[in-house]
Design a protein around this ligand. Structure first.
Ligand SMILES: [Zn+2]
Length: 410
């Protein structure tokens, strides 16, 4: 099973694959299933309480921004844009709610679940709920490396009180993955590729509306993919139609298959399908019920009802200044264009970076060295003609001068 998981993470790196949604949550769960507990463990004195019917549940969030280059150092505004998008989607205050086909509109739900950036860190200090860490990892795999400081990531904050979101560069076509409820506490949370996080900044089409995170947070709240990850499978939710499989891009409505039990066909505009951000716009009442069920006494997310870390009045002392969180700020960068590339890719300094004297190495997506050259001028034209289409990585320099650029060969 493990090898199948890696194959899934690594497979597909052409331009087409990058334009299709891909989520590694199911593969991650299948790989780690043995570590998942049946029932919540003792809550260490966090007293359970029941939800008041339909109360607004607010989930404190910490976002760990792991950056290897400047492009991955997302701004506070970009992080906040993602929290805003989550709140719109979960509260059905999204602008495109009206795009839900009429036949499904009565099933669309305001989940009454909301999100806030934490204002108190685990030591009781004030925080913005955003942690930035330089990482020497050029990219992470789906192996939870980003969740531990020891492996170039950042340790989780108490996963009973904070929804941990790690934003980093991930190898392959997966946009992100989540841990379902019940996994190991130190790995609980979601991982999102840096170029699909938020609604502003340098985002990858067609994932510019923050819905990768909406989708992964819903997994974290126990929802399965709408086709149940099986042919004609069930997601254990009553009001989502049975679906043959996932849908990519944005089908035209209705999209029916041999599994369809209703003429309205697939609910491909559900956040738990694989369609483009602009195509998704709803959770159902059944999905709402399933997610909110996790907050019942004795259920996995109940401890969040007693998490007050978004209340800044409870913080004391001085915050950890941002610049001590950043181990190394990249000085200058390198531009590579055009990207995607067909025949030649031009490399030029962007800022103070000096290309002269650096070693350039070109790797394919599986890490095999394709070309190596010592640069002798301030601009270099890298021949790419004849190479197999797909993802490549240009690695320049070493240590503080190391820069890695992902390029797509058409
Ligand atoms: Zn998913």
């Amino acid at each position: 099973m493990k090898s199948a998981f890696w194959a899934l993470i690594l497979m597909g790196s052409g331009i087409t694959a990058f334009a299709q949604r891909n989520c590694a949550t199911d593969a991650y769960y299948r790989t780690h299933r043995s570590q998942y507990a049946e029932m919540p463990v003792e809550r260490d004195g966090v007293e359970a309480r029941d939800t008041v019917p339909n109360e607004i549940i607010i989930i404190p969030v910490v976002v760990h921004v792991l950056f290897h280059n400047e492009a991955q150092m997302l701004s506070d505004a970009q992080v906040r844009s993602q929290i805003d998008a989550l709140n719109r989607d979960f509260r059905r205050m999204n602008d495109d709610a009206a795009s839900t086909p009429e036949v499904f509109r009565s099933r669309a739900a305001d989940t009454r679940i909301m999100f806030c950036l934490a204002q108190v860190d685990p030591a009781g200090r004030p925080t913005k709920g955003i942690v930035r860490r330089y990482t020497d990892r050029e990219y992470f795999l789906g192996d939870d490396g980003m969740k531990f400081s020891a492996s170039g990531g950042n340790d989780a904050w108490d996963t009973r009180k904070y929804l941990n979101i790690w934003v980093c560069s991930m190898l392959g076509r997966s946009l992100g993955y989540a841990s379902f409820p019940g996994g190991p506490a130190d790995k609980d949370g979601i991982v999102i590729n840096y170029d699909v996080f938020g609604t502003i900044g340098n985002l990858r089409e067609p994932f510019t509306m923050g819905r990768t995170t909406t989708h992964e947070v819903a997994h974290w709240l126990g929802l399965k993919h709408i086709w149940g990850d099986e042919t004609c499978g069930s997601d254990d939710v009553d009001d989502t139609p049975r679906q043959l499989s996932y849908n990519y891009y944005c089908p035209s409505f209705p999209h029916t298959t041999q599994c369809s039990q209703e003429s309205s066909g697939d609910m491909f505009m559900n956040y738990m399908d694989f369609t483009n951000d602009a195509c998704m716009n709803m959770f159902t009442h059944g999905q709402k019920k399933k997610m909110r069920g996790l907050f019942a006494p004795g259920a996995w997310r109940n401890s969040f009802l007693r998490s007050y870390v978004c209340d800044s009045s409870l913080a004391s002392g001085a915050p950890i200044p941002d610049d001590t969180l950043v181990a190394a700020k990249p000085a200058g960068n390198v531009k590579a264009y055009p990207n995607p590339v067909t025949d030649f890719c031009v490399l030029e300094p962007d800022g103070d970076y000096k290309l002269e004297g650096q070693i350039l190495r070109l790797y394919n997506a599986t890490g095999i060295l394709i070309r190596q050259v010592v640069l002798t001028s301030g601009k270099y034209t890298l021949p790419m003609r004849g190479l197999t289409p797909g993802t490549y990585f240009i690695k320049l320099g070493e240590h503080a001068n190391k820069r890695v650029i992902r390029i797509l060969k058409l």
